[in-house]
Write a protein that binds this ligand. Structure first.
Ligand code: NAP
Length: 289
């Protein structure tokens, strides 16, 4: 039985981390200690565990990280005011708004209060708009789609390739789809109303999956030779799983990202690369020679 090559995010992230740490140290020496705020407005333990994981990575990189807990009971206005306050604070260079927020809050008006130059997760209308316009070089791109693309490109350029994206969600698909178009891929998008999911997924050279539904993609939805990038994160019986039935699909395709250990570790490092780019946009980058 063939067994797919595993596309691990860890080694790629490690290679990036050395550069990020060196750049962060230079910024700190120049009097600009890189600082990121992570806003958690949810009682879901997964949210605080993601914030803790970011704090651990930040410490290794010499980046200051403030975990900002917002009590949903304080209401929508207080939530938005916290985000606006961080946007206005010159000591904070990047802001992550952990999604989803508590169901009694609406994330979108808070995202609208986020300074796009501090939007290290690429969620604001300006950053997504620049990407959709094909002006990605001027945007802060969302970290998860960036990680998905880098992992896929480890198997070759995307230009001219048939790619299928399953999921048009706020954190992954909406950014990923235009970013793939910008890389000259031929893109098919699937969602909950797609009539023939297997037809669309089997037809791709590269398949990106970001629906948040465990085992949505099994052996019947893939084809030999494909590269499969699984961005999904769910928890089944206490174990983290993606959207792809890894054991079955790995028997068919050429390469696949594991969950955990694929998209996740690279995403959590790219967010800090974005923080340093955000500092450039705020005029706090390296002096030009
Ligand atoms: P989301 O907003 O929850 O949207 C889910 C998408 O999946 C929607 O577009 C939905 O279609 C589609 N979908 C639902 N059922 C489907 C079906 N049966 N067939 C095809 N498509 C279906 O998604 P998101 O926020 O972008 O997150 C997607 C996943 O990525 C989640 O598991 C999330 O935890 C994960 N994630 C991972 C990372 C990482 O670092 N690895 C980072 C962020 C998020 P409709 O649009 O029609 O509703």
């Amino acid at each position: 039985m063939p067994q797919a090559q595993l596309l691990r995010g860890g080694p790629m992230a490690e290679a990036l981390r050395a550069d990020i740490a060196a750049l962060a140290a230079r910024r700190a020496q120049a009097g600009h200690q890189p600082r990121m705020a992570v806003v958690v407005a949810s009682a879901d333990p997964a949210s605080s565990s993601y914030a803790q994981a970011k704090a651990k990575t930040a410490a290794k990189l010499g980046i200051a990280l403030d975990a900002v807990a917002v009590d949903p009971a304080e209401g929508q206005s207080a939530f938005e005011a916290r985000v606006a306050g961080l946007s206005a604070d010159p000591a904070v260079h990047g802001i992550v708004l952990d999604l989803p927020v508590d169901p009694i809050l609406d994330a979108e008006p808070a995202i609208a209060r986020l300074d796009p130059r501090k939007d290290v997760d690429g969620l604001t209308a300006l950053n997504l708009g620049l990407i959709a316009m094909g002006r990605e070089a001027g945007a802060l791109g969302p970290a998860t789609p960036l990680a998905c693309i880098r992992l896929a490109e480890a198997m070759g350029p995307l230009s001219g390739r048939k790619v299928t994206v399953v999921g048009r969600g706020r954190t992954v698909g909406r950014g990923l789809i235009p970013m793939l178009i910008n890389r000259d891929a031929t893109v098919t998008v699937c969602h909950s109303r797609t009539a023939d999911l297997a037809g669309a997924t089997r037809n791709a050279d590269v398949l990106f999956v970001a629906a948040g539904l465990p085992r949505l993609i099994g052996a019947a939805q893939v084809a030999p030779g494909q590269v499969v990038i699984d961005a999904g994160i769910s928890f089944l019986e206490g174990k983290m799983v993606g959207d792809v039935d890894q054991a079955a699909v790995a028997q068919v395709v050429a390469a696949i990202t594991p969950v955990p250990g694929g998209v996740g570790p690279l995403t959590s490092t790219l967010i800090f690369a974005n923080l340093l780019r955000a500092m450039d946009l705020q005029g706090l980058g390296e002096p030009q020679a």
